[in-house]
Design a protein around this ligand. Structure first.
Ligand SMILES: [Zn+2]
Length: 160
């Protein structure tokens, strides 16, 4: 799977990529030369809305995609087309923490009875915990919203 480093303008896009399973670095504040350094050292593709940075990277032969679409959905379609994605694979969804980018582990519901709100506990069956920051995720409405976005992306990728 592609790995990314995302500029500070694209936080929401970074979270979506993480949800879809892509190893994606994002910092609220990061200097351009830091982004470039990380991209080179870790073989990551830069996603930026900054045309100057885009041009600079292109001139240095660093793989960079300009995220200038009006929505994350359209940015994802653009990225997918440029990188020749076949489709977003739902077996990868929710394998990565959207907050810290580390891996999630599926956990048994029983473990969570005391930690999550009761109405959530009663309604949902699949739960995940971040190995690093311990944030708990469940397959609920957010998961469904993201799956809808993925479906819209996949439809466009099919039509290439
Ligand atoms: Zn985390």
């Amino acid at each position: 799977m592609n790995k990314f480093v995302v500029d500070s303008m694209n936080g929401k896009l970074a979270k979506k990529l993480r949800f879809f399973g892509f190893n994606t670095l994002y910092y609220k504040q990061i200097r351009e030369n830091e982004i470039i350094k990380i991209a080179i050292q870790e073989n990551r593709i830069i996603l930026t809305s900054n045309y100057e940075l885009y041009k600079l990277c292109r001139s240095k032969n660093i793989e960079t995609i300009l995220t200038m679409q009006e929505s994350d959905l359209n940015n994802l379609i653009e990225i997918g087309k440029l990188l020749n994605w076949q489709s977003l694979d739902d077996s990868k969804f929710s394998t990565r923490c959207t907050i810290c980018n580390n891996e999630l582990m599926e956990i048994g519901k029983e473990e969570l009875q005391k930690t999550i709100p009761r109405n959530t506990f009663q309604r949902f069956y699949e739960y995940y915990r971040c190995c690093e920051c311990s944030k708990i995720y469940w397959k609920g409405s957010h998961w469904n919203n993201m799956a809808d976005i993925a479906q819209a992306v996949n439809k466009k990728l099919e039509k290439k």
